[in-house]
Design a protein around this ligand. Structure first.
Ligand SMILES: Nc1nc2c([nH]c(=O)n2[C@H]2C[C@H](O)[C@@H](COP(=O)(O)OP(=O)(O)OP(=O)(O)O)O2)c(=O)[nH]1
Length: 139
């Protein structure tokens, strides 16, 4: 089966990370994730991320760089994460599609939300960028 990429944005602003609470489908609703979605045929991951952030949050953003790692989702999907930032003058993100709440999390608040299980290792990598550890991991 050909792998299909889901891109997630580690949208960063002032040392905080944007987390989004899914409103659907039922098995994922109420859990928190990185905004993003599936890369469509003919799109680069960066293009997909900019499109998804526009559609889901109503913001214009730019992609900064890839967070190292590939995390398995429901086959054939795998999660890739990119850091991104809002363009100057961009609107405040709003939960327009797929989400019903948003939170900007400081490094200290990173584990206050109930991340999707499959996002936890990805968020751990983002935590390194924010200079925060994961209190649930011993080292
Ligand atoms: N966007 C996003 N999706 C994730 C994450 N973690 C995770 O398991 N997923 C899953 C949920 C979905 O099954 C799939 C992405 O689907 P989606 O619904 O966000 O993507 P999309 O906007 O392109 O969806 P579609 O309605 O066009 O099918 O990946 C994550 O951090 N961000």
């Amino acid at each position: 089966m050909t792998e299909r990429i889901v891109v997630g944005a580690a949208l960063l602003e002032g040392g905080r990370l944007l987390a989004a609470r899914r409103s659907a489908p039922e098995e994922l609703a109420g859990r928190w994730e990185l905004p993003g979605g599936k890369v469509e045929p003919g799109e680069t991951p960066e293009e997909a991320l900019v499109r998804e952030l526009r559609e889901e949050l109503g913001v214009e953003a730019e992609v900064l760089g890839r967070v190292p790692g590939v995390w398995p989702l429901k086959p054939p999907y795998v999660l890739h994460v990119w850091t991104a930032r809002l363009l100057p003058g961009a609107a405040d993100p709003k939960p327009l599609q797929d989400h019903d709440a948003l939170r900007w999390l400081t490094a200290a608040e990173l584990w206050d939300v109930d991340w999707l299980d499959q996002d936890v290792p990805a968020v751990r990598e983002v935590a390194v960028l924010l200079g925060a550890g994961d209190p649930r991991s011993p080292s």
